[in-house]
Design a protein around this ligand. Sequence first.
Ligand code: 13P
Ligand code: SF4
Length: 305
Amino acid sequence: MNIREVQDEIIRLKKENDICILAHSYQAREIIEIADFTGDSYALSKMAKTAPNKTVLMCGVRFMAETVKMLSPEKKVILSSSIAGCPMAEQFDKEIISQMKEMYPDYTVVAYINTTAELKTVCDVCVTSSSAVQIVRQLENNNILFIPDCNLGAFVAKSIPEKNIKLLQGGCPVHAAVTRKHAETAKSLHPNAELLVHPECQPQVTELADYVGSTAGIMNYAKKSDKKEFIIGTENSIAEHLQYECPDKRFYLLSKSLICENMKSTTLIDVLNCCKGEGGEVIELSPETIEKAVQCINKMIELGG
Ligand code: 13P
Ligand code: SF4
């Protein structure tokens, strides 16, 4: 079978078995092409609420599949690759955050969506990279404990200086590895290019950027811009997707090492097998976990618009 034949078989099977395929934008091109819906983690969360199908196949990482399950507990939710976790989501456990809540009882706990369902049970509201500033700004409380990503948290703090935002030392190992030197080198190699960066990058990198935003934010900015050249400071698949979608523009990588192995652990064959009812992992969450954890996801959707 060649790639096109595998894709055709997936399209046939997903119809036959009433499966909705959601793919995060970091997925490989051949997966994006057969997905029913692609987007950043905020768009995927919202989509999860409305998908009419009995089964949802999440091509992304575990916390994304857990979010779908929380929002649609009656559906069968499958994570396309059982090894696809997000290391940041595992950095702090429920016990540590519960202790911090006792130490700082007058703080609102804001959790990046890149956290486990278990951890979300002790948080007040979730945010994604595209909705964080908008949501934190709307919170009545000025005292915020932002977990776990200190780079996204620093970006939010800079955007809303009137809030008192406490950060923990968590973050994305892929984006946090990008240095100011990478940004300076890329800018000197491509002096006419705009630098578009994800807020999971360090402040030393985001302060050199022309635009800071989520994966969807970066893609929309590049598509709408009159400029012709862009350096992409997020997972390298975004530069590839943009190059397909905007053939008259040029997209350069900020760093060759911006590759998320977890996101990339899903292959087209994994998707085919999941559509046949083989492989992947069916997400199971207890009703108690769902009941508590979904509250901060619902709050995010309510405040995020
Ligand atoms: P987005 O919210 O931009 O989709 O980011 C998710 C993610 O995991 C980025 O590394
Ligand atoms: Fe997690 Fe970073 Fe991969 Fe996003 S890029 S899924 S934050 S490890």
